[in-house]
Design a binder for this molecule. Structure first.
Ligand SMILES: Nc1ncnc2c1ncn2[C@@H]1O[C@H](COP(=O)(O)OP(=O)(O)OP(=O)(O)O)[C@@H](O)[C@H]1O
Ligand SMILES: [Mg+2]
Length: 359
């Protein structure tokens, strides 16, 4: 089962120094490349003993993410196959945006945009290359202070969420608690829709902005089923903070359950936010289309989503979760159909819209 991950262990070309952190998908270690002495961060993925097909998919997705070179995306140097597939990144100094928000839960518009414009720049550029993050959250944004007092912002884990879903479920979720709550997951992901596109990232970015500006997260719930219900059909409280109306509006528009009702892409978001911030507005192309499949949420895909979130349990709680998710799916689908009938957003060729959001 490969080398045990501990201080001093040698894995491939790397010697592990210390554990930096552990998330739902794996462990991140500070390491040193043996030949060059170069410091690196190495992320090992759980569930690595999965089938060849899954392993191939993991490698394919990780390599796609590697092609993304952007000043606000952590550089990935390589992906190594083997008994323990891992990815090699720049070793960053600083802290995650989550740690920053724990100390400063509510930010001014200026401070929020200073942190979020680089995130939007990175994610917008990724969308232009048909790469969707799918797991944006403060834990996946890293802040490195510079000597001049500015902060470098880098998005982590591009592509990881997609291949994580393809890895074997039990290993991924052996500790449901460690996965944390799926509070940044878009409604279409919570429903297990196929062909989730760039608009899922707009939802997550909207949530992050809402949380920073108000000091509270709009998706409440202290259990996984309550969170799934909140994502799929509880009303989202309006953002009542003292910021310009167009900022509030664009944040709430990003939090539309129906992806077709969200801003078409991040360029539309930048057009509003840049007017309220003194940094140079990021410029990127329209999203490129990777997948374009209509699909219907099904019981089995909702089931898989829950598996990934709480673990492959076969007790009563799991049955209850599945029932809640199915009910939420039916309710959300019904709402979407009704809303869609009432107001249908125009679509243009600049808006690659998979139609999974409104089955
Ligand atoms: N390139 C890096 N340089 C320095 N520290 C890093 C790097 N990448 C990740 N980390 C640290 O490792 C921790 C664990 O990251 P990981 O991505 O495994 O967890 P997570 O983001 O909390 O959960 P998830 O598995 O959902 O992504 C992060 O919180 C971060 O502090
Ligand atoms: Mg992460």
């Amino acid at each position: 089962m490969g080398v045990a991950l501990r201080e001093g262990a040698v894995v491939g070309r790397f010697q592990l120094d210390r554990l930096l952190g552990e998330g739902g998908m794996g462990e991140v270690w500070a390491a040193r490349e043996l030949e060059t002495g170069e410091p690196r961060a190495v992320k090992f993925l759980k569930g690595s003993s999965s089938s060849d097909e899954r392993r191939r998919r993991f490698l394919r997705e990780a390599r796609a993410a590697m092609t993304l070179r952007h000043p606000n995306v952590v550089t990935i140097h390589g992906v190594e196959d083997g008994e323990q597939p891992f990815m090699v990144m720049d070793l960053l100094a600083g802290e995650t945006m989550r740690a920053h928000l724990e100390r400063n839960p509510r930010l001014s518009l200026r401070a929020a945009l200073t942190l979020m414009m680089p995130v939007i720049a990175a994610v917008g550029a990724a969308h232009a290359h048909a790469i969707v993050h799918r797991d944006l959250k403060p834990e996946n944004v890293f802040l490195s202070p510079r000597e001049d007092g500015a902060v470098e912002v880098r998005v982590l884990d591009f592509g990881v969420a997609k291949f994580a879903a393809s890895l074997s479920t039990p290993a991924l979720t052996e500790s449901g608690d460690r996965l944390g709550t799926p509070r940044y997951m878009s409604p279409e992901q919570a429903r297990g829709a196929r062909g989730v596109d760039h608009r899922a990232d707009l939802w997550s970015i909207g949530l992050m902005l809402y949380e920073m500006l108000s000091g509270r997260h709009p998706i409440a719930g202290d259990s996984v089923q309550a969170i799934f219900r909140a994502i799929t059909f509880d009303p989202i409280a309006p953002l009542e903070v003292d910021v310009p109306a167009d900022v509030r509006e664009v944040v709430m528009k990003m939090l539309s359950r129906d992806p077709a009702q969200r801003p078409r892409d991040l360029r539309e978001v930048v057009a509003v936010l840049a007017a309220h911030h003194d940094s140079t507005a990021p410029v990127f192309d329209a999203p490129a289309v990777a997948e374009h499949r209509a699909s219907r949420p099904s019981v089995s895909t909702v089931d898989e989503t829950i598996d990934r979130t709480v673990g492959g349990r076969s007790d009563g709680r799991r049955v209850l979760l599945v029932a809640v998710a199915i009910a939420a799916t039916i309710a959300a689908t019904t709402c979407a159909v009704v809303r869609r009938g009432a107001s249908s957003a125009p679509r243009t060729s600049a808006s690659p819209t998979g139609s999974e959001g409104t089955p």
